[in-house]
Structure formats: structure tokens, C-alpha cells
Design a protein around this ligand. Structure first.
Ligand code: PEP
Ligand code: MN
Length: 368
């Protein structure tokens, strides 16, 4: 299959050894002091590769703090000189790109609100033509996979191959424990569509609070995402933006210490043997399941023929309710979730109905 994106491997533009890429720093640059002291504390952890800070902030309502502006770029530059950390900031217009490049910012990212707007993404892409700089694209605020991929394609077509994605969760109507629903399946969809694309996770904007950050960070590692971007502040409680979700550099270091970093493969031959054996068992079971579904459909077709020949309707609601109830009981006993089991039964049922409908529309053999 042709690669959708042309990607330069992450390891050739940021060396993180065998550790996940860690980007951290304040939601917003507020003062020179705040940026510099956060940067020093982060650098001292020895676990952070890139310092982030928002210079231009996309705020929901006007009149709120909209970012410190260009002066903050100078603070990031100074932080880099003093600590050696690479620097990253959000750009949302061609002017932001120009100013960030002039200031020598190392990495740019496109925010969730911008990704949702192809005009904005194209403007940024056009400003990047002929420039060799890493760019991360956050997912759009709405759960639209194509919009995320489209933004990555626009930036890639401008010639940016040091490209990555940031999974920061999606706005949802239903209010849950998260500020933005993770909807991991969309990140996994991106991973499957673009296997070379580095994807990192943004637990801060998913959680919206400090408490859930370790849980989401671990989940991101378990899903084999390549890194984390986490907001940190010398004194989170007084942060000018996103105060509830920022953590201190010390809390970040502790959390990273407790993170289990998983590998997609192991070099232990015993592990590989056992894995191969378990996979063989899975393959065998999958074959059996498909064959059994085939058998089930044949019977459903036969029932369809009887119904047709006896002028009985296809759908008999009571019978179906009974099937669902009994099977859900069994599924629960086997520790399958109700959600999974009912979706599976519904799929099966819909296919049976479709087949029976086909049969209803054919004539009985004797009359043919
Ligand atoms: C941010 O990273 O500070 C930010 C504004 O994030 P998002 O675009 O994900 O809302
Ligand atoms: Mn923020």
C-alpha cells in the first residue's frame, strides 16, 4: 500500500534513546521568570526533551488572557540557551510561523481549533514551504478522523516530513470525567493509516485536571504512542491559563518515574515463542468463529425460506429480544462487556435480516 504521508523517522530529528519523547512546559508563557525557572526545573529532571509554551493563546471568549505575544519568543530562546532544551510553540497564522522561525523556535505545533479549519491549516502550510522544521498537528476538536489526516497531508505536501501528530482528545456533547474524550480508536485509526507517523499524547488537554494525568499517560504508553506533551508550571494554582491541569516539574518527574514504557516487541526468545503460540491459538479460534458464523447464516437462510413459503414476516421482535437476553447473560458470565456483546449480536442480527430479505425477494424453487 502506498504511504499516505512521507515521514522522516522521529529518531533522526530528536534523539530520545529508547525513551518516549517528552515535551513539557507551561500552557502559556506568562513572565520571563516563570518560563526560565520552569525550563531549569524541567531540564534538571533529565527526562524532558522539549520545552513548550503557548505564546498566542486561542481563547474561547474575548477579554481573557490571549497570550503574551512575540516577547515570549525571546524568553523561549533564552531558556534554550540556558538549558539546552529544544523549544516548541503553537502557530495559528502565517505571521505566527514567520515570527517563530525568526526567533529560532525548534518545533511548531498546530492547535486543535486550527486543525478543524482547512483554510487555517493551508495558510500555515503555505508559510512553511521551503522550511525544514518539525511540526506536530493536534487532532481537531471534533472527532473527525479525515480532518486530522487532511491537516497532516496539507503540512506534508508543503514539504514538511519531520511531522508528528498529537492526540489531545475530542469535544463531546456528553460530559464525562475528561475535558476532552480520548476516543482512542481515532488515534489507533491514524496509527494504522500512517504507521511511520509519530503520534504523541496530550494527557493535559484530555484530562483537564491534574489527577487523571498519570492514568492517561500510562494508557498512551500501553497503546504504543511515542511520547507525551504535558503542561507544567512552577506554581500551577496561579497559572494564567489551564490552572487545573498543570503540574509542577517535580510532579512530572515523579509521574514519569512511575510510567511503564512498553515496547512493541521483545528480544527475549522465550517471550517471542510464547507470543507466537498464543497468536496461533487466536488464529485458530478466529477461523472457527468465522466458520460458525457461516453455519449460523446458512440456518438463518433456511428459516428465511420457510418464512417466505409460509408468508410469515422476517422480523419477530419477541424472538429476538429473547435471543439477546439469553446471550447477554452468557456474555456477562464470560466477562464480556454488555456494550461489546450487544453490538456483536446486533451485527449478526442485521446480517441475518439482510439475508432473509434477499430470500423473501426470490421465488420458491418450485415456482421458479
Ligand atoms: C495548548 O496546548 O495549550 C492548547 C491550546 O491545546 P489545544 O489546541 O489542544 O486545545
Ligand atoms: Mn493549555
Amino acid at each position: 500500500m502506498k504511504n499516505i504521508l512521507n515521514i522522516t523517522p522521529l529518531s533522526s530529528w530528536i534523539n530520545t534513546g529508547d525513551q518516549p519523547l517528552i515535551i513539557s512546559g507551561p500552557c502559556s508563557a506568562e513572565t520571563e521568570e516563570q518560563v526560565l525557572s520552569t525550563a531549569h526545573l524541567l531540564a534538571n529532571t533529565g527526562k524532558v526533551h522539549v520545552l513548550r509554551a503557548g505564546i498566542w493563546k486561542p481563547r474561547t471568549r474575548p477579554g481573557e488572557f490571549e497570550g503574551i505575544g512575540s516577547i515570549g519568543l525571546e524568553w523561549l530562546k533564552k531558556a534554550k540557551q540556558e538549558t539546552g532544551l529544544l523549544t516548541a510553540t503553537e502557530v495559528a497564522t502565517a505571521k505566527h510561523v514567520e515570527e517563530a522561525l525568526t526567533a529560532g523556535i525548534d518545533i511548531l505545533w498546530i492547535g486543535a481549533r486550527s486543525t478543524a479549519n482547512p483554510f487555517t491549516v493551508q495558510e500555515i502550510a503555505d508559510a512553511l514551504v521551503g522550511v525544514d522544521i518539525p511540526v506536530f498537528v493536534k487532532n481537531p476538536i471534533n472527532p473527525d478522523f479525515a480532518l486530522w489526516l487532511g491537516a497532516l497531508e496539507r503540512i506534508n505536501r508543503a514539504g514538511i516530513t519531520k511531522l508528528g501528530a498529537i492526540h489531545r482528545g475530542f469535544s463531546s456533547f456528553e460530559k464525562t470525567a475528561f475535558r476532552n474524550e480520548p476516543m482512542w480508536d481515532i488515534a489507533i485509526q491514524l496509527k494504522s493509516a500512517c504507521p511511520d507517523l509519530p503520534i504523541i499524547n496530550d494527557p493535559s488537554h484530555i484530562c483537564g485536571n491534574r489527577e487523571l494525568i498519570p492514568y492517561i499517560s500510562q494508557k498512551a504508553m500501553d497503546m504504543d504512542l511515542q511520547g507525551l506533551i504535558i503542561e507544567s508550571h512552577i506554581d500551577p494554582s496561579v497559572a494564567w491559563t489551564d490552572a487545573k491541569q498543570q503540574i509542577t516539574p517535580a510532579a512530572l518527574a515523579e509521574m514519569l518515574d512511575n510510567l511503564a514504557v512498553r515496547r512493541p516487541a521483545s528480544d527475549n526468545p522465550i517471550f517471542e515463542d510464547q507470543l507466537a503460540d498464543l497468536r496461533k491459538q487466536i488464529d485458530k479460534l478466529d477461523d472457527t468463529i468465522i466458520q460458525q458464523i457461516g453455519e449460523r447464516m446458512k440456518i438463518a437462510e433456511k428459516i428465511g425460506e420457510y418464512k417466505r413459503d409460509n408468508n410469515v414476516t422476517i422480523l419477530q421482535v419477541n424472538r429476538w429480544d429473547e435471543i439477546v437476553e439469553k446471550r447477554l447473560q452468557l456474555a456477562r458470565a464470560l466477562r464480556l462487556s454488555d456494550d461489546f456483546a450487544s453490538k456483536y449480536l446486533e451485527l449478526l442480527h442485521n446480517e441475518s435480516i439482510r439475508k432473509q430479505n434477499e430470500i423473501m425477494n426470490t421465488k420458491p424453487v418450485a415456482e421458479a
